[in-house]
Write a protein that binds this ligand. Structure first.
Ligand SMILES: NC(=O)c1ccc[n+]([C@@H]2O[C@H](COP(=O)([O-])OP(=O)(O)OC[C@H]3O[C@@H](n4cnc5c(N)ncnc54)[C@H](OP(=O)(O)O)[C@@H]3O)[C@@H](O)[C@H]2O)c1
Length: 328
């Protein structure tokens, strides 16, 4: 049985679980299934028996070691952020109950979702939507909260405004289109030809095929640009922003930090979204899903044991919506 240094002393003395570990940073081959001690929930936490896990590009980036400054060099490490499952133990002061079906995202930088059990701060979780399967619920937290935080909090998108969403067919994009529509905006979605039908069904008012049209050559302006795919720069797309428009990128880089700082006192602003899981946001998303306003698009599902295959698929950058892992 492998030890888990990142859990410190909060481990069950005898109970175990299956988890996907990495012993070093690297390619998908570093992911291995192992039996490890089960965590114990501390104050404010609950222990969730995970049924489904959402896979995100962030998991791939962590696995590669690109966030080492935050994830450190202590191994083995459990990666992953999105979970849906059932509360099986409640720590002191936690406001969820045993038996609750929950979904949420673990805010720790490396995460620790790729496991049969996860001890999670209950404010990073909420009751799961009742109208969808837990498999779909696991696809929601990281991607949908990114879209919500980028559009509502960073861009402050309002009814009647216009938004351009680049990378509209991926995990974050499919939520961004629908959330922008819920906020009352006019949506222009950018994707390749193969995804035009998908983004139109999700509510895009207009679609631009990036293989045919170069965005920088557009002769129009938007109140917000959400560069989900992140392959543009603020200075390239600034001319497409209206007088007080906001550009939001998803990829931390020296360039975007500079753009954010420089544009702070300007009318056209650059922002970087850094997603955080919050109960109120998960509650809002659940209400939208249960009211039939927000659809979850799951592209593929893999068994937990096929995690390397799931990571290889994510790395193609061709996912249409989300990828999930089934734990059982
Ligand atoms: N900062 C944060 O807090 C945060 C949070 C979440 C995600 N992110 C980052 O946001 C990015 C997107 O995440 P995701 O989950 O949406 O990724 P994803 O699901 O892997 O995105 C896949 C989609 O990207 C599209 N795509 C590929 N090449 C493109 C291009 N040149 N132009 C436009 N679209 C293109 C593909 O559509 P086509 O096949 O049609 O090209 C595909 O549908 C990732 O880099 C991720 O790390 C950051």
């Amino acid at each position: 049985m492998s030890a888990l240094p990142q859990y410190g002393k909060h481990l069950h003395p005898s109970a175990t679980m299956r988890a996907v570990l990495i012993d070093r940073y690297g390619g998908p081959e570093v992911l291995r299934l192992a039996t490890v001690p089960r965590p114990v929930p501390t104050r404010g936490q609950v222990l969730v028996r995970t049924r489904f896990i959402g896979v995100n590009p962030k998991d791939v980036i962590v696995r590669k070691g690109k966030f080492q400054i935050a994830t450190g060099k202590k191994f083995p490490l459990i990666v992953g952020h999105d979970i849906a499952g059932e509360v099986v133990e409640v720590g002191l002061g936690a406001d969820l109950a045993k038996g609750d079906q929950v979904y949420g995202m673990i805010n720790d930088f490396a995460g620790r979702a790729y496991a049969e059990y996860a001890a999670v701060d209950c404010q990073q979780l909420a009751k799961a939507p009742a109208s969808i399967e837990l498999a779909a619920a696991a696809a929601v937290p990281l991607a949908a909260q990114t879209a919500l935080q980028a559009l509502r909090d960073d861009a402050q998108l309002k009814a009647g405004q216009t938004v351009l969403i680049n990378g509209a067919s991926g995990g974050v994009g499919v939520f961004a289109i629908q959330i922008a529509k819920i906020l009352g905006a006019q949506v222009t979605a950018v994707c390749s030809h193969r995804n035009i039908d998908l983004v139109t069904e999700l509510g895009a008012d207009r679609v631009i095929d990036y293989t045919k049209t170069e965005l920088v050559e557009l002769d129009e302006q938007f109140d917000a640009i959400f560069d989900v795919f992140g392959n543009y720069r603020f200075d390239k797309l600034k001319k497409l922003l209206s007088a007080r428009g906001t550009y939001v990128n998803t990829i931390p880089s020296a360039r975007i930090f500079k753009d954010v700082a420089r544009s702070f006192v300007r009318r056209k602003r650059a922002k970087l979204v850094i997603v955080k899981s919050r109960r109120d946001q998960l509650d809002w998303l659940r209400q939208q899903i249960d009211a039939g306003r927000l659809r979850v698009v799951v592209d593929r599902s893999f068994p937990l044991a096929n995690i390397a295959e799931a990571h290889r698929y994510m790395e193609t950058k061709r996912a249409r919506g989300k990828v999930v892992l089934a734990v059982d």
